[in-house]
Design a protein around this ligand. Structure first.
Ligand code: SF4
Length: 252
């Protein structure tokens, strides 16, 4: 487990590492670049580079953390990867259920397996469940997510690759949007995140604008730090209202 620079979480927990590309958002996968770098450095867990690898010795790591922490599960992988056995996912959820002091943010691009897994299981109250939706062709992931009963359902629209058109955000509590970073990043038109922000406001979903990435609001290429995260002249770092969403269960 490590602390993280990912702004919308507090720590990362990677009980699996490595992955396989599935859709357009994976093209310049950050986890792939990072995994190969860590493999070259001889870091434990990355001996297989970016090949999907289950690390059972990490399944119980959060049990040792007493301080309430928001964990992003599998920043370097996808928990619902084709090769992941349900029995291993069950073991990870045993740890999640045994640590109600933590929140767990689980994000996937494998909505079919996500749905299959939760057909016969309940989502623990301390889990925030999300899908990545990078372009219009994968908007069906939102509909699948909505069929699953979870305390918080969220979308990661990153990297945002085109205008998403109309979005039905009923039942969606939180939307994270960001442009792509890295040398091969694809540009993001300023209208695209604005269109999502407007719809979040209209439909009462919290809106978090993470970054412009490599291409700025003015269409110029710079460092992602220089491009910042102002959209329409201000920052948007909203988070879901947890108390409101879970009623009697006070997680704050
Ligand atoms: S699903 Fe995520 S981790 Fe896996 S290849 Fe795609 S972007 Fe990378």
């Amino acid at each position: 487990m490590t602390s993280t620079r990912i702004e919308w979480t507090e720590a990362t927990w990677n009980p699996t590492v490595g992955c396989t590309k599935v859709t357009a958002g994976c093209k310049n996968c950050y986890a792939e670049t990072m995994a190969r770098r860590l493999q070259a450095m001889g870091v434990k867990g990355y001996g297989n580079g970016f090949d999907f690898t289950v690390l059972p010795n990490r399944f119980q790591q959060p049990l040792a953390v007493k301080k309430p922490t928001k964990f992003f599960v599998n920043s370097m992988s996808d928990l619902f990867h084709e090769k992941m056995l349900f029995e291993n996912i069950d073991k990870i959820f045993e740890t999640i259920k045994a640590t109600p002091q933590h929140y767990y943010q689980i994000l996937t691009k494998r909505e079919k397996k996500l749905k299959r897994y939760f057909e016969k299981r309940a989502v623990p109250a301390n889990v925030w469940l999300g899908v990545t939706v990078e372009n219009e062709s994968v908007k069906n992931r939102i509909d699948v997510l909505k069929t699953i009963d979870a305390t918080i359902r969220f979308l990661s629209i990153e990297p945002l690759l085109e205008d998403m058109g109309e979005l039905d955000l009923s039942g969606i509590h939180w939307v994270i949007v960001g442009g792509e970073s890295g040398p091969n990043a694809r540009p993001m038109n300023s209208y695209w995140p604005q269109n999502i922000q407007r719809q979040c406001k209209e439909q009462n979903a919290a809106f978090f604008f993470k970054q412009w990435g490599t291409w700025g609001e003015d269409g110029k290429k710079r460092s992602k730090h220089a491009n910042g995260s102002l959209l329409s002249g201000r920052e948007w770092k909203e988070e879901p209202n947890i108390v409101k969403q879970v009623g009697a269960i006070n997680y704050v």
